[in-house]
Design a protein. Structure first.
Length: 235
């Protein structure tokens, strides 16, 4: 009887051990599958952390992954283009403002030619020189941001073409639309800046003419003062 109980206990222990071993073996078998799945996700999207993977096999095809990756590239390119466009447009606006400030100072000086003392004229010229320095600094800033903007334009064009070739038509259309908008905004600000530069050039020409006329009038007045007194006497 005791032997029979020991046999029953052994069978129960064997079943329990087999159950634990089977469960452990099942978990061990799952580990390579999980590692393989994680490796696939890392290998396909390690650099594209935001790629949403579906459990359906057809959505893990190379074509689908390339299409999604190209969409992410266009999103990044659009962000870069948006930021560089904003920076360039703001820089061009600040430059145009500096040009108009210099125009106002030049006109003020031009209207005061011949009416200022040497000290007053020197003070105005110091202000004008400072305004010119600021204008040139703003122009340098425009050139810096324009270089970044041109890089963004080229990158967006490549991203749009890549998206189109990958079959991501909507991403390609969005990139092209953003490109056109960015170029339109920058062209408009460049037009305003060019108009301001043209006005400044016209003011400088007028200033030179007035300065030359004032100098000629001054020389004529001084020449009259140099006429010998004998010629001024009546016969």
């Amino acid at each position: 009887m005791a032997a029979f109980r020991r046999g029953v206990q052994s069978v129960g222990l064997f079943r329990c051990s087999w159950s634990v071993l089977s469960s452990s073996r099942h978990r061990i078998v799952r580990i390579p599958l999980l590692l393989r799945s994680n490796f696939l996700s890392l290998g396909a999207g390690g650099g594209l952390c935001a790629v949403p993977f579906s459990k359906q096999a057809e959505n893990l095809s190379h074509e689908a992954l390339i299409r999604r990756a190209s969409s992410l590239v266009t999103d990044s390119a659009n962000t870069y283009l948006s930021q560089t466009t904003l920076a360039l447009v703001d820089a061009l606006a600040q430059y145009a403002k500096a040009v108009h400030t210099l125009i106002a100072l030049q006109k003020r000086y031009m209207n005061s030619i011949g009416k200022l003392t040497p000290a007053e004229e020197d003070a105005i010229w110091q202000v004008i020189i400072g305004a010119r320095v600021e204008m040139n600094d703003k122009l340098d800033t425009c050139r810096h941001f324009e270089s970044n903007w041109m890089n963004a334009i080229n990158l967006s064009e490549l991203a749009a073409e890549a998206a189109y070739n990958a079959g991501a038509d909507q991403a390609s259309v969005t990139a092209r639309t953003n490109l056109n908008m960015a170029q339109t905004q920058v062209e408009e600000m460049k037009r305003l800046s060019s108009e301001a530069e043209k006005q400044l050039a016209e003011v400088k020409v007028e200033e030179i003419q007035r300065t030359a006329a004032q100098a000629a009038a001054t020389r004529a007045f001084e020449k009259e003062d140099d006429v010998p007194e004998a010629y001024l006497r009546e016969d």
